[in-house]
Design a protein around this ligand. Structure first.
Ligand code: F6P
Length: 552
């Protein structure tokens, strides 16, 4: 049975509250000065590829011990086993959340309800390999006999964010003949822009939807289908230009996609964890099956680490506990993820779904309202751009915002000394957040610039940086498929650990349903002679305004 522990009722929680009062005013600057071994103790290498430095956090050894005890009291080891045993950890939907099976490259069976799912996982992977190779080798031909040179993935949420982010990150591995685009928003602007530059003879559409009913995806898919048929003129050509990735064979057939062009996955794959499944097919065609498999392998290695490493040296566990430390004891409301790698531009957006759709919940596993806060608001932008936008708030704002800094030591784009400058900034920001700048330092600096006493008095409060602002630094050798897979799995497991401790169900997303239902009800009302359904006066007034604006 999956644990159901009210975290605030544990002995560790109570001790952490006391501990917080004792250590909240300690400054990391002093902790580093007094303890030369701090970096050694508070950093972990993952397979010589990724270095996770969590030493710039407002913790001492006792903090980490108490957080680990909290994890134990909340039944974390048991929960991890439930996840890997394929138990129905997604209880409100009555199914497993078994994405770890999708990247199980070992020969170990992985069972859901006693049945080994690995044969079907391998079968789909083999189909993905064959298909992607034929596209990349120019053997899969469009309706006029030309090879495919443009891939368009149509999907939203997990059927978009994962593949889109991965394709961007792995662009250096992309096939030189093949470009890839993603369409998610139902705003016609997005599909129009992609279709404008598409050639029907050489474009391949991937309709990616677990449910194959999602309004945005189906609308975009129908538009792409019509655009294609207007040009190709023959329904039989659809088979060469449309593939579907879904759990719903019946709906795929009804859409008119040849079932042989369908790639299945299963209800135990959650939408936001589906990039590891055939939802990753567009990426696979773009970067090649071997690279896709390297990404699975990186994730698999992180899975093994998560399952087997002691909690004290377990990277996802530590990241989760630090996040809980700030969220639940310091009252931090947000968390920033700043990749110093332009290719990772969509990484924060991908993590937003992974984290906020998973842990943005207020009902506990006991069905009561949580009296503690759950998922923080996650946000971020690549460095160095963020430095010239919102870093001011990180350094001097009134809010505490823990940051994850990520960067590759080596770049795919060795242009001049750009990368050294990027890395210098990456290191400078976490150092600046931690050490800050004292009043004395500011005064000395201003005096050395010849400023008057009066000016110094006026300026120093504005130029002082209190520091003591926490961050994790996640440094990796290079942004390879393996590293990317490991980083993604690391965050997935971090999020899982948080859900266990917050005693919420991380694998459902009931909160998004109401908006979908209401949108369907409102849609006909926007027509000029549409029905008038009762609404609150604001919604009514807005509907009327839209009708009149559209009418005119
Ligand atoms: O918005 C909710 C959601 O169900 C996500 O969890 C999911 O990733 C997305 O919609 C897309 O769903 P589908 O793959 O079924 O189209």
């Amino acid at each position: 049975m999956f644990p159901r522990v009210d975290p605030t009722s544990t002995e560790s929680w109570r001790k952490l509250e006391e501990h917080y009062l004792r250590i909240k005013d300690l400054h990391m600057r002093d902790l580093f000065r007094e303890d030369p071994g701090r970096f050694e103790r508070f950093s972990i290498w993952f397979e010589d590829e990724i270095l996770v430095d969590f030493s710039k956090n407002r913790v001492v050894d006792e903090t980490m011990e108490l957080l680990i005890s909290l994890a134990r009291e909340c039944g974390l080891p048991q929960a991890i086993e439930s996840l890997f045993q394929g138990e129905p950890v997604n209880e409100t939907e009555g199914r497993a959340a078994f994405h770890v099976a999708l990247r199980n490259l070992s020969s170990e069976p992985m069972r859901v309800l006693g049945q080994d799912v690995m044969p079907q996982v391998r079968e789909v992977l083999e189909k993905m390999r064959e298909f992607s190779e034929s596209v990349r080798q120019g053997k899969w031909l469009g309706y006029t006999g030309k090879p495919i040179s443009h891939l368009v993935n149509i999907g939203i949420g997990g059927s978009d964010l994962g593949p889109r982010m991965v394709a961007q990150c792995l662009r250096p591995y992309g096939h030189p003949r093949i470009s890839v685009d993603f369409v998610s928003n139902v705003d016609g602007a997005e599909i129009s822009r992609v279709l404008e530059k598409s050639d029907p003879e050489t474009t391949l559409f991937f309709i990616s939807s677990k449910s194959f009913t999602t309004q945005e995806t189906m609308t975009n898919a129908m538009t792409a289908r019509k655009w294609f048929l207007d040009r190709a003129k023959d329904e039989r050509h659809i088979a060469k230009h449309f593939v579907a990735i879904s759990t719903r064979r019946d709906l795929v057939e009804r859409f008119g996609i040849d079932p042989r062009n369908m790639f299945v996955f299963w209800d135990w794959v959650g939408g936001r964890f589906s990039v590891w499944s055939a939802i990753g097919l567009s990426v696979c065609c773009y970067v090649g099956f071997e690279r896709f498999q390297e990404m699975l392998l990186g994730a698999h290695r992180m899975d093994l680490h998560f399952r087997n490493a002691a909690l004290e040296r377990n990277i996802p566990v530590i990241l989760a506990l630090l996040s809980i430390w700030y969220n639940n004891f310091f009252g931090a409301e947000t968390e920033a993820v700043i990749p110093y790698d332009q290719s990772m531009e969509r990484f924060p957006a991908y993590l937003q779904q992974a984290s906020m759709e998973s842990n943005g919940k207020s009902a506990t596993r006991l069905g009561r309202r949580a009296t503690w806060s759950t998922a923080p608001i996650l946000w971020g932008e690549p460095g160095t751009n963020g430095q010239h936008a919102f870093f001011q708030l990180l350094h001097q704002g009134t809010r505490l915002v823990p940051v994850d800094f990520l960067a590759p030591a080596r770049t795919h784009y060795p242009v001049g000394n750009h990368h050294a400058i990027l890395l210098a900034n990456f290191l400078a920001q976490s150092e600046a957040l931690m050490v800050g700048k004292t009043q004395e330092e500011v005064r000395r600096e201003l005096a050395s610039l010849g400023r008057s006493e009066e000016e110094i008095e006026r300026l120093f409060p504005h130029m002082t940086l209190e520091g003591n602002r926490p961050s994790n630094t996640i440094l990796f050798r290079k942004l390879t498929p393996w590293v990317l897979g490991a980083l993604m799995a690391m965050y997935e497991h971090k999020i899982f650990v948080q859900g266990v401790i917050w005693n919420i169900y991380s694998f459902d997303q009931w909160g998004v349903e109401l908006g979908k239902q209401l949108a369907k009800r409102i849609l006909p009302e926007l027509e000029e002679s549409g029905p008038q359904v009762p609404h609150d006066s604001s919604t009514r007034g807005l509907i009327d305004a839209i009708r009149s604006m559209r009418g005119s």
